[in-house]
Ligand binder design. Structure first.
Ligand SMILES: [Zn+2]
Length: 304
């Protein structure tokens, strides 16, 4: 069995007004997986209905964004962004439904966790993590959902939605590495603590944001090395595998630029996550991407 990857060109909107390269990233990662022969199988996500998005958001906000009356998480009212949104959350839910105890699944999606109950921000419009968790609970596909957020930034939107959907809170454990700013070995110790908490929660599925922006050269993150990021992914995959817990991960943040794709350093980090998944689940491990690392940008590490 290969790793199911949820991706559709429909989830990618050209959004030139944004600093974030995340909108183009899914297509770049999908092309690289194909080109380098990764053991993956692509699946088309189903666009979610308004009612499915409204499980995690104020219906007036959802309608306003989809009809371009209210700003999206990029701060614009772009029609192409609005059209892509049912696919991005659909991609995460699709990955969650495709994940098995013996094989994780990946959604080629990024910003979710800054999206709050009735507002977006930080490149996030709808919170696909909470939309997915709420859907899994509503349709009886999960009893308890663990959200392990290893993006560099704090998952404030996820917390906000949990406050508004207090009825879901007992069934969802949210742990976010963002904001702690622990570095190196301390980062991995913190992750180990989170994994112990997740083990105690006995989740029936794990949603894992494998952000590339904690990397030490990232202009918006920056506190663990390439090898520590691989160790992070290895710990998470081995934890899920050993516990027989289905796991769906997504790309989340990553803002380094450079190389032929424009985001080669970030692409290499996301491919490393796939390589760790291959290793943990007994699939052939492709070679690491050869990247000439550009000099780091001037860090803007106080960004939220
Ligand atoms: Zn981030």
């Amino acid at each position: 069995m290969n790793i199911p990857v949820l991706y559709s060109p429909s989830q990618t909107a050209k959004n030139p007004s944004s600093f974030s390269p995340s909108a183009a990233k899914p297509a770049i990662v999908a092309a690289a997986l194909l080109e380098h022969g990764y053991p993956v199988s692509f699946h088309e996500p189903r666009p979610l209905h308004l009612s499915e998005l409204c499980r995690a958001h104020d219906p007036a906000y959802v309608r306003g964004v989809l009809t371009c009356q209210k700003p999206n998480g990029f701060g614009n009212r772009d029609q192409a962004v609005a059209a892509s949104l049912p696919y991005t959350s659909g991609s995460m839910l699709g990955a969650a439904l495709a994940a098995r105890p013996t094989m994780p699944a990946c959604s080629l999606t990024s910003g979710f966790h800054h999206a709050c109950w009735d507002s977006g921000g930080g490149f996030c419009t709808f919170n696909g993590l909470m939309v997915t968790a709420a859907a899994l609970l509503a349709i009886g596909k999960a009893e308890r959902v663990a959200i392990l957020d290893c993006d560099a930034h704090y998952g404030n939107g996820t917390d906000d939605i949990l406050r508004h959907r207090a009825d879901l809170a007992p069934s969802i454990l949210h742990r976010t590495m963002g904001g702690s700013r622990t570095q190196g070995p301390a980062y991995l110790r913190k992750l180990r603590e989170f994994l112990a908490e997740i083990e105690g929660f006995e989740p029936t599925i794990i949603l894992y944001q494998a952000g590339a922006d904690p990397h030490e050269d990232d202009p918006l993150g920056g506190y663990i090395s390439t090898e520590e990021m691989r160790e992070r992914d290895r710990m998470v995959f081995e934890f899920a595998r050993d516990g027989g817990i289905p796991l769906a991960w997504n790309l989340a943040g990553g803002y380094q630029r450079g190389g032929a794709t424009g985001i080669d350093p970030v692409l290499a980090l996301h491919l490393n996550t796939f390589r760790e998944a291959c290793s943990a689940y007994g699939l052939p491990v492709p070679a690491a991407m050869d990247v000439t690392w550009d000099a780091p940008h001037d860090p803007v590490k106080d960004w939220r």
